[in-house]
Write a protein that binds this ligand. Structure first.
Ligand code: LMR
Length: 398
C-alpha cells in the first residue's frame, strides 16, 4: 500500500530551514522561518522561562493525565492576556479554552470544530496568508477561499477590495483574520479597519477566527490585541487561536490555545464539550510542560515583569532593524523606496523583490528568504546587515 504514495512537496518554510542548515557558506543569512534571533544570531531560552522551568521541576508532584482542556491555570491566563482582565465575555462565562500543541494545534482543532458545527462552512483567509493555513484547513476537510488583503503595488492594504470581498461572505462561513503582525506581509488592520470588519461580520453573519501568533511583537501586548478585543466586544461568536511559540520563545515545546466565544453561557457549555470531543479524537490531551511554564510566569509578578522586559527587547530589536534596513539599502545606492518596511509590524516584512532576485540571493549569497520575499527581520544583526544590504543592492541592479 505504501508504494502507491506520491511524493509531497516540502513545506516552503520548513524546507528553507533545512536548506539553510546544510549551506556551508560562513556568510549565510537566515531570514526564513519566523524564529526570533538575538544580536548574536542565537535563539536563546528566555530568562523568565528558565526560572519558571526550575520552579516546575521543584513543584511537580505527579505525571498523571492533565485532561483534554489541558492546564486550567494556563487557560485562564491566556484568555486574560488576549481579551484583557475583566472582559465582559469572560465575566459572562461565554468563553471556553483548551490548551493545544502549539498555535498550529489550535488552528487544527478550530478547523475540526468548525467542521463539526457547520460541515458546509467555507473558511476565508487573507490573500496572501501563512501557507500552512490553507493546507491545514483543507486537510481538515474545510473549503478554503481567499479574500483580498495585501496590495503588492502600493505595499499596503487593499482596503476597498478587502471589504468588497468580505461583503460577499455568506452567513455560516468563517473568516480568518490575523490579530497583529500579519504573516507573511507585516501589514496589519488599523483600528478603524477592525471596526469596519466587525460591522461586516455582524451584517453578513459570518464567524471570525482570529489567529494571534505574535502578541507582543508588534507594538505591545495590549496594543496588539486592541482590534480583537473590539471584535470580541461586538460579536456574539468568535474563535481565537493563540500561540506562545514566539512571545515566550517556547517554539519546540509546542504551546498554544484555542478559545471559543459563544453567545451565552448555555451555548458555551455545549461548545465546550464539543471542543473537548474534537481534542479527544485527535490527540486526547496536550503535553503539559509549556503550559505550566507559561502559567508559572504569569502567576508571578516578578517573572511577569521579567517576561515583559524580555519581550520588549525582542520587539525593539526588530523594530530598530526595520529602519536600519532602509538606511543601509539607501547607503548602498538603492533608489527604490523601501519606506514601507517601517509601516509593517512584527517578525516579517515583504521586501517586494521578485522570484529571480530571491533565487539569486540564495544561490550566490546564501541569503535565505521565503519565495514571496517574506523576510524574518530578526535574522539580521550587526555582523550581517551590511552583507545583506550589499547583496540586495547587487541583485536589484540586475
Ligand atoms: C513561520 O511562519 O515561519 C512560523 O510560523 C513557523 C512555521 O511553522 O511556519
Amino acid at each position: 500500500m505504501f508504494a502507491q504514495l506520491q511524493p509531497v512537496a516540502t513545506d516552503p518554510i520548513l524546507g528553507l530551514m533545512a536548506a539553510y542548515k546544510e549551506d556551508t557558506n560562513p556568510n549565510k543569512v537566515d531570514l526564513g522561518v519566523g524564529v526570533y534571533k538575538d544580536g548574536q544570531g542565537h535563539t536563546a531560552v528566555l530568562k523568565c522561562v528558565k526560572e519558571a522551568e526550575a520552579l516546575r521541576l521543584k513543584n511537580e508532584d505527579s505525571k498523571t493525565y492533565i485532561g483534554m482542556a489541558g492546564d486550567l491555570g494556563f487557560n485562564n491566563h491566556i484568555e486574560k492576556l488576549a481579551l484583557g482582565v475583566g472582559h465582559k465575555a469572560l465575566l459572562a462565562n461565554r468563553i471556553t479554552t483548551a490548551h493545544t500543541p502549539g498555535g498550529t494545534g489550535a488552528l487544527r482543532v478550530a478547523a475540526e470544530f468548525i467542521k463539526k458545527a457547520n460541515p458546509n462552512a467555507t473558511i476565508w483567509v487573507t490573500s496572501p496568508t501563512w501557507a500552512n493555513h490553507i493546507s491545514m484547513f483543507k486537510a481538515a476537510g474545510l473549503n478554503v477561499k481567499e479574500y483580498t488583503y495585501y496590495d503588492y503595488a502600493t505595499k499596503g492594504l487593499n482596503e476597498e477590495a478587502m471589504f468588497a470581498d468580505l461583503a460577499t461572505v455568506p452567513a455560516g462561513d468563517v473568516v480568518l483574520v490575523h490579530a497583529c503582525c500579519h504573516n507573511p506581509s507585516g501589514m496589519d488592520l488599523t483600528f478603524a479597519q477592525w471596526q469596519r470588519f466587525t460591522d461586516i461580520a455582524n451584517e453578513r453573519g459570518f464567524t471570525p477566527l482570529v489567529d494571534m501568533a505574535y502578541q507582543g511583537f508588534g507594538s505591545g501586548l495590549d496594543e496588539d490585541a486592541k482590534g480583537l478585543r473590539y471584535l470580541a466586544d461586538n460579536v456574539e461568536e468568535m474563535l481565537l487561536c493563540s500561540s506562545c511559540s514566539k512571545n515566550f520563545g517556547l517554539y519546540r515545546e509546542r504551546i498554544g490555545a484555542v478559545s471559543i466565544m459563544s453567545a451565552d453561557s448555555k451555548v458555551m457549555e455545549i461548545t465546550r464539550v464539543n471542543l473537548l470531543s474534537v481534542v479527544r479524537s485527535i490527540y486526547s490531551m496536550p503535553p503539559a510542560h509549556g503550559a505550566i511554564v507559561v502559567a508559572n510566569i504569569l502567576d508571578s509578578t516578578e517573572l511577569t515583569a521579567l517576561w515583559h522586559q524580555e519581550l520588549a527587547e525582542m520587539r525593539d530589536r526588530i523594530n530598530n532593524y526595520r529602519q536600519l534596513i532602509i538606511d543601509k539599502l539607501a547607503g548602498e545606492g538603492v533608489q527604490q523606496d523601501f519606506s514601507f518596511i517601517t509601516r509593517q509590524h512584527g517578525m516579517f516584512s515583504f521586501l517586494g523583490i521578485d522570484k529571480a532576485q530571491i533565487a539569486r540571493l540564495r544561490s550566490e549569497f546564501s541569503i535565505y528568504m521565503v519565495d514571496s520575499s517574506r523576510v524574518s527581520i530578526a535574522g539580521l544583526n550587526h555582523s550581517n546587515i551590511d552583507y545583506f544590504a550589499k547583496s540586495v543592492a547587487t541583485v536589484l541592479q540586475g
